[in-house]
Design a protein around this ligand. Structure first.
Ligand code: ATP
Length: 242
């Protein structure tokens, strides 16, 4: 087993609030890991530190053998980490294809012109959105915005894909489509860390779950075991997503 991501003692303080408190876990290549926990437990803050959108107050993050904590987001993207955001961050005035072409500029393989267009279409096909490539991004339905966001992340050709509540807000049919899409990425060997509240999706796609509560890691186990852990059940009690 080779670890792709190793997080050690990761800590983030915002003034007096310790949002992430000495969290350690690792991800083996090819795994899909769920990062769970009640609202405000620190999940997105962990994701933001992995992608470089926040600098840790303490601890380290290594991608393979290389320490990436504290690097700028574009440097981390170049090393093979891509992400989606809770709020879709497309460029609404551009077409769907142009949105994906724009994110190719941040990937490990710099592509331009026709080559970039071909690669963008390939990524849009992967997420089932090739038919809307020439539509304006602002005309997309919600699930198609999510698809475009995923195609933009895949365009960076990631080794590690971070999904921040990518399935949130989808109806049951769309959710099935979304889960199948994540499973197809898993089959292709992309390592995925996903922050998610949708339990059906977590059960369907995650090999293992790391669970946080109030900034601390409270469980790290195969999915069924993590979800049945008494500490996890207690942490979720009273939370709207339980
Ligand atoms: N930039 C920031 N400045 C100050 N406090 C922050 C900042 N970002 C997050 N926090 C606080 O850190 C804590 C953890 O937030 P975080 O968004 O990581 O939680 P989460 O587990 O992702 O929650 P949710 O499931 O609601 O998205 C919260 O108390 C939040 O208010």
């Amino acid at each position: 087993m080779s670890e792709l991501l190793t997080i050690t003692g990761l800590t983030k303080r915002f003034g007096g609030l310790t949002a992430v408190n000495a969290v350690s876990f690792s991800i083996v290549r090819g795994e899909v890991i769920g990062l769970l926990g009640p609202n405000g437990s620190g999940k997105t803050t962990v994701l933001n530190m992995i992608s470089g959108h926040l600098s840790p107050t303490g601890g380290t993050i290594a991608l393979g053998e290389e320490t990436i904590s504290g690097l700028a987001p574009n440097r981390i993207a170049l090393k093979g980490v891509a992400r989606t955001f809770q709020l879709v961050r497309g460029l609404p005035s551009l077409t769907v294809r142009e949105n994906v072409v724009a994110s190719l500029a941040f990937g490990r393989r710099k592509l331009w012109g026709e080559e970039a267009d071909r690669e963008a279409l390939r990524r849009l096909e992967e997420v089932g959105l090739a038919g809307r490539a020439e539509h304006s991004a602002q005309d997309l339905t919600y699930i198609d915005q999510k698809r475009m966001e995923l195609a933009r992340a895949l365009a960076a050709d990631p080794e590690l894909l971070l999904l921040d509540e990518w399935l949130a807000g989808l109806n049951p049919t769309e959710l099935r489509t979304g889960i199948d899409l994540i499973l197809s990425l898993k089959e292709r060997g992309i390592t995925i860390l996903l922050v998610e509240h949708v339990m059906d999706a977590i059960r369907a796609v995650c090999n293992r779950c790391v669970v946080m509560n109030a900034g601390r890691k409270i469980a790290d186990a195969p999915t069924a075991q993590a979800l049945a852990d008494p500490h996890v059940v207690t942490a979720y009690l009273g939370d709207a997503h339980a």
